[in-house]
Design a protein around this ligand. Structure first.
Ligand SMILES: *Cc1c(COP(=O)(O)O)cnc(C)c1O
Length: 369
C-alpha cells in the first residue's frame, strides 16, 4: 500500500522523550514545552508562540485571544478541513464563506470585500495543502475595514509568502502537529504571533488564567482553558522541528517530479506555485478535468485497487448541515474543484518508484477510455 501521508520519525524523538520519562517531567510543565515554543518561534522568525493540544485548540485560542465572540462574523474558506469553521462557532461567532481560487485552492481574496458587514471582525485565511493565500491584498483589505487576520497555517508549515513564513504574516497564525501533518507530536498545535499582548494573553488563557499568589495559592481573574501540551509531546515536537527544512526540501522535490510526469497527461491539471511563494506541498494535488474522460471518483477507485491511497478534496463546508444557513458569496469554484481535486500520496518517505506507480495507474485510466 502507498499511504497518503504518514509520519516520518527518524530523528531525536526517542532520545528527547526518554529524557522526559527518565526525569519524570511528563506533564504540561517542563523544559521541552519552553524549548518547543522558543525553537518554533525562531524557525518562523516570529516573537511569540504558545503550544496547544491540537491545531483546532490553537485556532480557538486565537479567536478568544482577540476577543471574537457572539454577534461577530469571521470570513473563512468553505473548501477547507472543517476545523477552523467549527472554532468560529465554538466562540459564538458566525462563519461567512468565501470562494477559492482555481489554481491554488486557497481563499480568493478578490471576493472578500463584498462579504464584509459591520459585524465582520476577522478574516481567517486557510493556506490549504501548503499553498499561500494572497496575503498582501488580504492585509490591505483587513487594514481598510479594521479586521483581524488569523492564519490557519496548519497545512503550511515551511511555506513562504514573499520571504515570510506563513503563519507570521497576519495578527495570529495557527499550526497543527496531527499525525498526517508535515511534522507530528501525535496530536498538538501551536499559536504564533508577533504581538506581545496577544502572545501573553494566549498563554494566560490557555493555562487556566492561573496567577500564583505569594503564598502559592492559585487566583483566577476570569474563565480560562486548559489547552496545554504535555512535555513528552513537546519533546517529540522539538525533535520533529529539527527535520523541517529537510522534510520541506523532500516534499518540494517530490512535487516537482509529480508535476513533470503529469504535465503530459491530458485532462490532469497539476498544482502551481504562485510567484513569490514557496509551497511546502504538504499534500500534492491534481484536478481531474472533464477532458480526462474518467471522473475524479473513478480515479480514486482505480488507485485504491492498485493499493494507492488518494483522497478527494474537502467537501464544501457551507453544504454541511450545521452551516447550511450561513452567509456566503458565489461558490462556483469551491463547488467545482471539490468535485475534481485529488490529494495524492505525499509522505516524506515516498520513493520515486512509488510516485511512478501512482502516475502510471492514472495514465492507464486515460489510455483505456
Ligand atoms: C489539520 C487541520 C486543522 C486542525 O488540526 P488538528 O490538530 O487536527 O486539530 C485545522 N485546519 C486545517 C485546514 C487542517 O488541515
Amino acid at each position: 500500500m502507498i499511504p497518503l501521508c504518514i509520519p516520518e520519525i527518524r530523528g531525536n524523538e526517542w532520545k528527547y522523550i526518554k529524557e522526559c520519562l527518565d526525569t519524570n517531567w511528563v506533564s504540561s510543565v517542563g523544559s521541552y514545552v519552553d524549548k518547543f515554543e522558543k525553537d518554533f518561534a525562531d524557525y518562523l522568525n516570529c516573537k511569540f508562540s504558545v503550544v496547544t493540544m491540537n491545531g483546532t485548540s490553537s485556532l480557538e485560542l486565537a479567536l478568544r485571544t482577540l476577543g471574537i465572540g457572539e454577534g461577530d462574523e469571521v470570513i473563512v474558506s468553505s473548501m477547507t478541513f472543517i476545523s477552523p469553521v467549527n472554532t468560529i462557532r465554538y466562540v459564538g461567532a458566525e462563519p461567512v464563506f468565501v470562494d477559492v481560487c482555481r489554481d491554488s485552492f486557497v481563499m480568493d481574496v478578490t471576493k472578500i470585500e463584498e462579504l464584509i458587514t459591520s459585524k465582520t471582525k476577522a478574516i481567517m485565511p486557510v493556506h490549504i495543502y501548503g499553498h499561500a493565500v494572497e496575503m498582501d491584498l488580504l492585509k490591505e483589505i483587513a487594514k481598510r475595514y479594521n479586521l483581524y487576520v488569523i492564519e490557519d497555517a496548519t497545512e503550511a508549515l515551511g511555506s513562504e509568502y514573499k520571504g515570510e513564513k506563513l503563519g507570521t504574516i497576519g495578527d495570529i497564525g495557527c499550526f497543527s502537529f496531527n499525525g498526517n501533518k508535515l511534522i507530528t507530536t501525535g496530536a498538538g498545535g501551536m499559536m504564533v504571533t508577533n504581538n506581545e499582548d496577544y502572545g501573553h494573553r494566549a498563554k494566560y488563557l490557555s493555562t487556566q488564567t492561573k496567577t500564583v499568589l505569594e503564598n502559592g495559592a492559585f487566583y483566577h481573574e476570569e474563565i480560562g482553558f486548559n489547552y496545554r501540551m504535555p512535555n513528552v509531546l513537546a519533546a517529540m515536537g522539538v525533535a520533529q522541528l529539527e527535520m523541517v527544512p529537510e522534510f520541506v526540501e523532500i516534499k518540494r522535490r517530490n512535487a516537482k517530479f509529480y508535476n513533470e510526469l503529469f504535465e503530459k497527461v491530458k485532462g490532469i491539471k497539476p498544482v502551481i506555485e504562485r510567484e513569490g511563494t514557496i509551497n511546502c506541498y504538504w499534500l500534492y494535488s491534481i484536478l481531474v478535468e472533464d477532458e480526462f474522460g474518467a471522473s475524479r471518483d473513478q480515479v480514486i477507485k482505480v488507485l485504491k485497487e492498485r493499493g494507492v491511497q488518494a483522497r478527494p478534496f474537502f467537501m464544501p463546508v457551507h453544504d454541511m448541515p450545521p452551516y447550511k444557513e450561513c452567509r456566503h458569496g458565489d461558490m462556483s469554484i469551491t463547488n467545482e474543484i471539490s468535485l475534481k481535486g485529488i490529494n495524492l500520496p505525499s509522505s516524506v518517505s515516498i520513493t520515486e518508484n512509488e510516485i511512478l506507480t501512482v502516475f502510471q495507474a492514472i495514465k492507464e485510466i486515460s489510455l483505456k477510455r
